[in-house]
Write a protein that binds this ligand. Sequence first.
Ligand SMILES: O=C(O)c1ccccc1NCC(=O)[C@H](O)[C@H](O)COP(=O)(O)O
Length: 262
Amino acid sequence: MNILDKIIADKRNEVSLKKQLISAEDLERYPLFGHITNSLATALKNSSSGIIAEHKRRSPSKSVINQDLNVQDVASGYENAGVCGMSVLTDGKYFGGALDDLILARASVKMPLLRKEFIIDEYQIIEAKAHGADVILLIAAVLTRDEIKSFSELAKSLNLEVLLEVHNLEELEKSIMPSLDMLGVNNRNLKTFEVSTDISKQLSEKIPSDFVKVSESGISSVKVIKDLKNYGYQGFLIGENFMKTNYPGKSASQFIQELTSN
Ligand SMILES: O=C(O)c1ccccc1NCC(=O)[C@H](O)[C@H](O)COP(=O)(O)O
Protein backbone atom coordinates (compact mmCIF):
# COMPACT_ATOMS: atom_id res chain seq x y z
CA MET A 1 0.00 0.00 0.00
CA ASN A 2 1.48 3.41 -0.93
CA ILE A 3 1.41 6.33 1.53
CA LEU A 4 -1.53 8.03 -0.17
CA ASP A 5 -3.64 4.86 0.10
CA LYS A 6 -2.69 4.62 3.80
CA ILE A 7 -3.63 8.26 4.42
CA ILE A 8 -7.01 7.76 2.71
CA ALA A 9 -7.76 4.52 4.59
CA ASP A 10 -7.01 6.27 7.90
CA LYS A 11 -9.06 9.29 6.83
CA ARG A 12 -12.12 7.12 6.14
CA ASN A 13 -11.92 5.70 9.68
CA GLU A 14 -11.35 9.15 11.18
CA VAL A 15 -14.32 10.72 9.40
CA SER A 16 -16.63 7.87 10.28
CA LEU A 17 -15.71 8.23 13.98
CA LYS A 18 -16.09 12.02 13.89
CA LYS A 19 -19.56 11.73 12.38
CA GLN A 20 -20.64 9.71 15.42
CA LEU A 21 -19.39 12.46 17.76
CA ILE A 22 -20.57 15.59 15.95
CA SER A 23 -23.29 15.51 13.30
CA ALA A 24 -23.25 17.67 10.17
CA GLU A 25 -26.33 19.44 11.56
CA ASP A 26 -24.34 20.30 14.72
CA LEU A 27 -21.51 21.69 12.57
CA GLU A 28 -24.00 23.92 10.78
CA ARG A 29 -24.80 25.53 14.12
CA TYR A 30 -21.14 26.53 14.78
CA PRO A 31 -20.77 30.35 14.78
CA LEU A 32 -18.13 30.28 12.02
CA PHE A 33 -20.38 28.28 9.70
CA GLY A 34 -22.06 31.53 8.64
CA HIS A 35 -18.84 33.49 8.08
CA ILE A 36 -18.52 35.61 4.93
CA THR A 37 -15.90 34.02 2.73
CA ASN A 38 -13.04 35.71 0.84
CA SER A 39 -12.03 34.75 -2.69
CA LEU A 40 -8.58 33.26 -3.12
CA ALA A 41 -9.03 33.09 -6.91
CA THR A 42 -9.62 36.86 -7.06
CA ALA A 43 -6.65 37.56 -4.77
CA LEU A 44 -4.41 35.47 -7.04
CA LYS A 45 -5.67 37.14 -10.22
CA ASN A 46 -4.98 40.60 -8.76
CA SER A 47 -1.58 39.79 -7.28
CA SER A 48 1.90 40.30 -8.65
CA SER A 49 3.28 37.48 -6.47
CA GLY A 50 0.53 34.84 -6.30
CA ILE A 51 1.92 33.24 -3.15
CA ILE A 52 -0.23 30.90 -1.08
CA ALA A 53 1.80 30.19 2.07
CA GLU A 54 1.26 26.98 4.03
CA HIS A 55 1.30 26.09 7.71
CA LYS A 56 2.96 22.66 7.77
CA ARG A 57 4.54 21.13 10.90
CA ARG A 58 5.62 17.83 9.38
CA SER A 59 4.98 15.67 6.35
CA PRO A 60 5.34 12.08 5.22
CA SER A 61 8.13 13.08 2.81
CA LYS A 62 10.21 15.21 5.20
CA SER A 63 9.04 14.12 8.70
CA VAL A 64 9.58 17.10 11.04
CA ILE A 65 9.68 20.56 9.44
CA ASN A 66 8.92 22.87 12.37
CA GLN A 67 6.88 22.02 15.47
CA ASP A 68 7.89 25.06 17.53
CA LEU A 69 5.75 27.78 16.02
CA ASN A 70 2.45 29.31 17.02
CA VAL A 71 -0.07 29.09 14.17
CA GLN A 72 -1.44 32.58 14.94
CA ASP A 73 2.05 34.11 14.67
CA VAL A 74 2.60 32.25 11.41
CA ALA A 75 -0.76 33.43 10.02
CA SER A 76 -0.16 37.09 10.98
CA GLY A 77 3.38 36.92 9.63
CA TYR A 78 2.14 35.59 6.30
CA GLU A 79 -0.62 38.20 6.07
CA ASN A 80 1.80 41.03 6.87
CA ALA A 81 4.16 39.66 4.22
CA GLY A 82 1.40 40.19 1.63
CA VAL A 83 0.64 36.60 0.63
CA CYS A 84 -2.65 36.03 -1.24
CA GLY A 85 -3.86 33.32 1.10
CA MET A 86 -2.81 30.70 3.61
CA SER A 87 -3.06 26.93 3.39
CA VAL A 88 -3.69 25.25 6.74
CA LEU A 89 -3.02 21.52 6.96
CA THR A 90 -5.62 20.00 9.24
CA ASP A 91 -4.56 16.34 9.09
CA GLY A 92 -3.20 15.27 12.47
CA LYS A 93 -1.62 11.86 11.95
CA TYR A 94 0.64 12.60 8.97
CA PHE A 95 1.08 16.39 9.10
CA GLY A 96 0.66 17.31 12.79
CA GLY A 97 -2.18 19.67 11.94
CA ALA A 98 -5.63 20.16 13.46
CA LEU A 99 -8.95 21.86 12.81
CA ASP A 100 -8.05 24.10 15.75
CA ASP A 101 -5.22 25.49 13.61
CA LEU A 102 -7.84 26.68 11.14
CA ILE A 103 -9.90 28.35 13.88
CA LEU A 104 -6.79 30.04 15.30
CA ALA A 105 -5.67 31.24 11.88
CA ARG A 106 -9.20 32.53 11.16
CA ALA A 107 -9.14 34.45 14.43
CA SER A 108 -5.87 36.14 13.43
CA VAL A 109 -6.25 37.10 9.77
CA LYS A 110 -8.72 38.25 7.13
CA MET A 111 -6.97 36.72 4.08
CA PRO A 112 -8.46 33.64 2.37
CA LEU A 113 -7.77 30.36 4.17
CA LEU A 114 -7.51 27.03 2.38
CA ARG A 115 -8.36 23.91 4.37
CA LYS A 116 -5.60 21.52 3.22
CA GLU A 117 -7.08 18.11 3.86
CA PHE A 118 -7.72 14.76 2.24
CA ILE A 119 -11.41 15.25 1.54
CA ILE A 120 -13.28 12.00 0.93
CA ASP A 121 -16.68 12.88 2.41
CA GLU A 122 -19.12 15.80 2.20
CA TYR A 123 -18.96 16.02 6.00
CA GLN A 124 -15.42 17.43 5.78
CA ILE A 125 -16.64 20.27 3.54
CA ILE A 126 -19.25 21.33 6.09
CA GLU A 127 -16.54 20.98 8.74
CA ALA A 128 -14.25 23.26 6.71
CA LYS A 129 -16.87 26.02 6.57
CA ALA A 130 -17.68 25.60 10.27
CA HIS A 131 -14.00 26.10 11.17
CA GLY A 132 -13.44 29.26 9.11
CA ALA A 133 -12.16 28.07 5.71
CA ASP A 134 -12.74 30.00 2.48
CA VAL A 135 -11.41 27.33 0.14
CA ILE A 136 -11.26 23.55 0.08
CA LEU A 137 -8.82 21.26 -1.67
CA LEU A 138 -10.04 18.29 -3.70
CA ILE A 139 -7.41 15.75 -4.80
CA ALA A 140 -8.28 14.09 -8.12
CA ALA A 141 -6.05 11.08 -7.38
CA VAL A 142 -8.38 9.92 -4.60
CA LEU A 143 -11.80 10.92 -5.97
CA THR A 144 -14.07 9.79 -8.81
CA ARG A 145 -15.47 12.33 -11.28
CA ASP A 146 -18.88 12.00 -9.61
CA GLU A 147 -17.36 12.73 -6.19
CA ILE A 148 -15.48 15.76 -7.57
CA LYS A 149 -18.78 17.02 -9.02
CA SER A 150 -20.91 16.52 -5.91
CA PHE A 151 -18.22 17.75 -3.49
CA SER A 152 -17.42 20.85 -5.54
CA GLU A 153 -21.10 21.67 -5.98
CA LEU A 154 -21.67 21.36 -2.23
CA ALA A 155 -18.68 23.65 -1.61
CA LYS A 156 -20.03 26.25 -4.04
CA SER A 157 -23.45 26.12 -2.36
CA LEU A 158 -21.66 27.05 0.90
CA ASN A 159 -19.75 29.90 -0.84
CA LEU A 160 -16.49 28.00 -0.53
CA GLU A 161 -14.05 28.05 -3.43
CA VAL A 162 -12.55 24.85 -4.78
CA LEU A 163 -8.92 24.15 -5.62
CA LEU A 164 -8.77 20.88 -7.55
CA GLU A 165 -5.38 19.17 -7.47
CA VAL A 166 -4.01 16.92 -10.20
CA HIS A 167 -0.68 15.28 -10.92
CA ASN A 168 -1.18 13.89 -14.44
CA LEU A 169 -3.20 14.32 -17.63
CA GLU A 170 -5.66 11.54 -16.81
CA GLU A 171 -6.57 13.19 -13.49
CA LEU A 172 -6.90 16.56 -15.23
CA GLU A 173 -9.14 15.27 -18.01
CA LYS A 174 -11.48 13.48 -15.61
CA SER A 175 -11.82 16.55 -13.39
CA ILE A 176 -12.55 19.57 -15.57
CA MET A 177 -15.99 20.96 -14.68
CA PRO A 178 -17.51 24.41 -14.07
CA SER A 179 -17.85 24.01 -10.28
CA LEU A 180 -14.06 24.35 -9.82
CA ASP A 181 -12.34 27.70 -9.30
CA MET A 182 -8.65 26.87 -9.37
CA LEU A 183 -6.70 24.01 -10.90
CA GLY A 184 -3.59 23.04 -9.01
CA VAL A 185 -0.80 20.88 -10.36
CA ASN A 186 1.06 19.16 -7.56
CA ASN A 187 4.73 18.96 -8.45
CA ARG A 188 5.07 16.19 -5.84
CA ASN A 189 3.99 12.71 -6.83
CA LEU A 190 2.04 11.79 -3.69
CA LYS A 191 2.77 8.09 -4.19
CA THR A 192 6.57 8.29 -4.65
CA PHE A 193 7.35 11.82 -3.26
CA GLU A 194 9.36 12.62 -6.38
CA VAL A 195 9.23 16.40 -7.01
CA SER A 196 9.56 18.14 -10.38
CA THR A 197 8.06 21.39 -11.65
CA ASP A 198 8.22 19.89 -15.18
CA ILE A 199 4.76 18.41 -14.55
CA SER A 200 3.33 21.93 -14.01
CA LYS A 201 4.87 22.99 -17.31
CA GLN A 202 3.63 19.90 -19.19
CA LEU A 203 0.03 20.20 -17.99
CA SER A 204 -0.24 24.00 -18.24
CA GLU A 205 -1.54 24.11 -21.81
CA LYS A 206 -4.19 21.46 -21.05
CA ILE A 207 -5.78 23.60 -18.31
CA PRO A 208 -8.63 25.70 -19.74
CA SER A 209 -8.02 29.43 -19.35
CA ASP A 210 -11.18 29.98 -17.27
CA PHE A 211 -9.46 28.38 -14.25
CA VAL A 212 -6.78 30.07 -12.16
CA LYS A 213 -3.69 27.87 -12.48
CA VAL A 214 -1.79 27.03 -9.30
CA SER A 215 1.54 25.22 -9.06
CA GLU A 216 1.98 23.34 -5.78
CA SER A 217 4.90 21.86 -3.82
CA GLY A 218 8.66 21.82 -4.06
CA ILE A 219 8.96 25.53 -4.83
CA SER A 220 11.94 27.13 -3.11
CA SER A 221 13.20 29.86 -5.43
CA VAL A 222 11.95 33.01 -7.11
CA LYS A 223 13.54 31.79 -10.35
CA VAL A 224 11.17 28.78 -10.46
CA ILE A 225 8.14 31.05 -10.04
CA LYS A 226 9.28 33.46 -12.75
CA ASP A 227 9.66 30.46 -15.05
CA LEU A 228 6.21 29.04 -14.15
CA LYS A 229 4.57 32.42 -14.75
CA ASN A 230 5.55 32.01 -18.42
CA TYR A 231 3.27 28.95 -18.48
CA GLY A 232 0.27 30.92 -17.20
CA TYR A 233 0.50 30.09 -13.49
CA GLN A 234 -0.93 32.75 -11.18
CA GLY A 235 -0.76 30.85 -7.88
CA PHE A 236 2.19 29.18 -6.12
CA LEU A 237 1.67 27.06 -3.02
CA ILE A 238 4.74 27.05 -0.78
CA GLY A 239 5.03 25.18 2.52
CA GLU A 240 8.35 23.80 3.63
CA ASN A 241 10.50 26.60 2.20
CA PHE A 242 8.89 29.07 4.63
CA MET A 243 8.03 26.73 7.50
CA LYS A 244 11.58 25.38 7.90
CA THR A 245 12.68 28.84 9.12
CA ASN A 246 12.11 30.38 12.56
CA TYR A 247 10.08 33.22 11.08
CA PRO A 248 7.97 31.96 8.14
CA GLY A 249 6.32 35.38 7.71
CA LYS A 250 9.71 37.07 7.40
CA SER A 251 10.85 34.45 4.89
CA ALA A 252 7.67 34.96 2.86
CA SER A 253 8.15 38.73 2.97
CA GLN A 254 11.75 38.51 1.69
CA PHE A 255 10.66 36.03 -0.98
CA ILE A 256 7.85 38.31 -2.21
CA GLN A 257 10.14 41.35 -2.23
CA GLU A 258 12.65 39.48 -4.38
CA LEU A 259 9.89 38.19 -6.68
CA THR A 260 8.25 41.56 -7.25
CA SER A 261 11.30 43.82 -7.21
CA ASN A 262 12.17 43.52 -10.91
O1 LIG B 1 4.28 17.06 1.62
C1 LIG B 1 4.20 15.82 1.61
O2 LIG B 1 5.13 15.07 1.95
C2 LIG B 1 2.93 15.13 1.21
C3 LIG B 1 2.87 13.75 1.20
C4 LIG B 1 1.71 13.10 0.86
C5 LIG B 1 0.58 13.81 0.54
C6 LIG B 1 0.62 15.22 0.55
C7 LIG B 1 1.78 15.87 0.88
N1 LIG B 1 1.85 17.25 0.94
C8 LIG B 1 0.74 18.11 0.78
C9 LIG B 1 1.08 19.24 -0.11
O3 LIG B 1 0.49 19.29 -1.15
C10 LIG B 1 2.15 20.20 0.28
O4 LIG B 1 2.16 20.36 1.66
C11 LIG B 1 2.05 21.60 -0.34
O5 LIG B 1 1.83 21.56 -1.71
C12 LIG B 1 3.33 22.40 -0.04
O6 LIG B 1 4.45 21.68 -0.50
P1 LIG B 1 5.93 22.12 -0.09
O7 LIG B 1 6.12 23.55 -0.50
O8 LIG B 1 6.81 21.20 -0.86
O9 LIG B 1 6.05 21.95 1.38
